[in-house]
Design a protein around this ligand. Sequence first.
Ligand code: ATP
Ligand code: MG
Length: 641
Amino acid sequence: MNDKVALSPEAQAGSHCPPAKYETLYRHSLEDSDGFWRDQARRIDWVREPSVIGNWSFDPVDIKWYEDGVLNLCYNCVDRHLPARADQKALIWEGDEPGVVRSLTYAELHGQVVRMAHCLKAAGVSRGDRVTLYLPMILEAAVAMLACARIGAVHSVVFGGFSPDALRGRIEDCESRFVITADGGMRGGKLVPLKANVDAALEDGPRVDAVLVIRHLGNEVASTGRDIWYDPEAWADAGELPCEPMGAEDPLFILYTSGSTGKPKGVLHTTGGYAVWTAATFHFVFDYREGEIFWCTADVGWVTGHSYIVYGPLANGATTLMYEGVPNHPDFGRFWDMIDRHQVNIFYTAPTAIRALMREGDDPVKAHNRASLRLLGSVGEPINPEAWRWYHQVVGDGRCPIVDTWWQTETGGIMITTLPGAHDMKPGSAGLPFFGVVPELVDAEGVVLPGAASGNLCITRSWPGQMRTVYGDHERFVQTYFSTYKGKYFTGDGCRRDEDGFYWITGRVDDVLNVSGHRLGTAEVESALVSHPLVAEAAVVGYPHDIKGQGIYCYVTLLAGEEPSNGLEQALRQHVRKEIGPIATPDHLQFTPALPKTRSGKIMRRILRKIAHNEHDALGDTSTLADPSLVDSLIEGRRNP
Ligand code: ATP
Ligand code: MG
């Protein structure tokens, strides 16, 4: 499980960070944190440079970075690039149907952002107001985020796949009086009626002053008195609209977490620290080189889309690709086809997509050339070594390094990863801490575990990209992240550190199994199952067991075209036993055509745990589930432990 994949000389050539430099910079970031983050702050153009760098405490909780600095993040992502990059593409967009492409140069992006900013101001949006964005993956989504940042409004992007109820809850929670939406969006050939959903969300619900509607599909939609149809041409002659100078600690955005572990939290990020964190991580982790095309397949409704489709790439003057649709439309070769057509150099996606594509075999990948690829990335869940190897060997032809980036909505940007020019890789391990990040493993009592160990992952020092509060509920912020282990930020994830100091995320702490006194990560058992040639995906949870304390309950999805059988069930038990050891032998296996996932594609183990525990009436918040109907079929197929 610990085999290394060595860094190739090609990956090192021209890298921003060779091995020795990582060591030096990492040491500098710890020994002289303020000096290090003062240097990194030069990635940003400030209206007033900060004199105070880090000023934070985890007990009591109070976090500030660059507090007397003044800046505007839209300026940093757009205006400042105009002298050198006016004609360079900033954003490339491809629609749901292959080959429908639009793009914006930095000069055009500037024009679009200024127009929308004028329109927002005219609609009554002022500095500090919350604006809810409920949009498809279109260029205007990035434009709207930047327009908010330009005028100092706080955006709250709600994923376009959410229901009217989920949208209403998020509008109410952050008391937003403005919504930006589109007539409709397209995903996998299906129309998503965004405007109709907004109308439904606002019916008898929150009072908003205005709904700005972007015409995207031209589908028929109803109009209400609060609607403003957005016409960029109407603002073409409105002239420049200067960027609002913002304090570094002024809020930039609110974003609700995925809801894998409970009711989503309104994570609040501020301006200066987030700007530096996303700019620096993008530069080092993706080792971005001038002129390259970067593609992150996330939706802007998730933090990955915020930090690595919009802010990180644009702050670096990169060209970033946005895709409206899904990986399997019109077929399973879509990603690879797009990589060839747009000559994508860096590709960043999630394990859920990798496993779904792997399930279809190598042919759809091999049908495309992919020669432009230089670097691959993964984010969102632990990536099973099996899926890692497929990504590396088949998608990357064994040439491209993989960065497996561990981070959270709360962390603002990447926290643990290998750097492509600096480190060997270990399939399934996120790798090493980014500059300034100090991970610590503790046991249930909070005792710090040194060296190679397994425990609960905490971060002991603040970093500039850290969230500052849960919007409207600072107590929840303190309780959730700082009360379990006093003086430390608790991530909620379980983790193993190996003898080389590499970190292996083993799953949510709530999901870690305790079988006859042995701690087992759900991720380890899942990876063992996925390494069987017929298994596409697996989710593992514990359930109360009279003798062992906890038993192991496995939900298994087979490769396309494979059928479950008793023989296969036995074979899978044997397989896990052989891979990990007798202690990990599954007690129960349930075959299912699919696993319950959040809208961002993460397995919702808490629902599976409830089903395994036979607590079907207490499933908790299921509003962020992608396919709620799956729950009934899972309950029906449940095995009696
Ligand atoms: P909620 O906080 O509402 O339960 P969530 O934790 O899924 O939702 P996110 O902030 O989107 O919301 O996800 C962060 C979590 O995703 C991490 O805590 C971790 O469990 C998992 N994760 C992200 N990247 C990786 C990775 N590279 N390896 C392992 N796990 C990862
Ligand atoms: Mg979380």
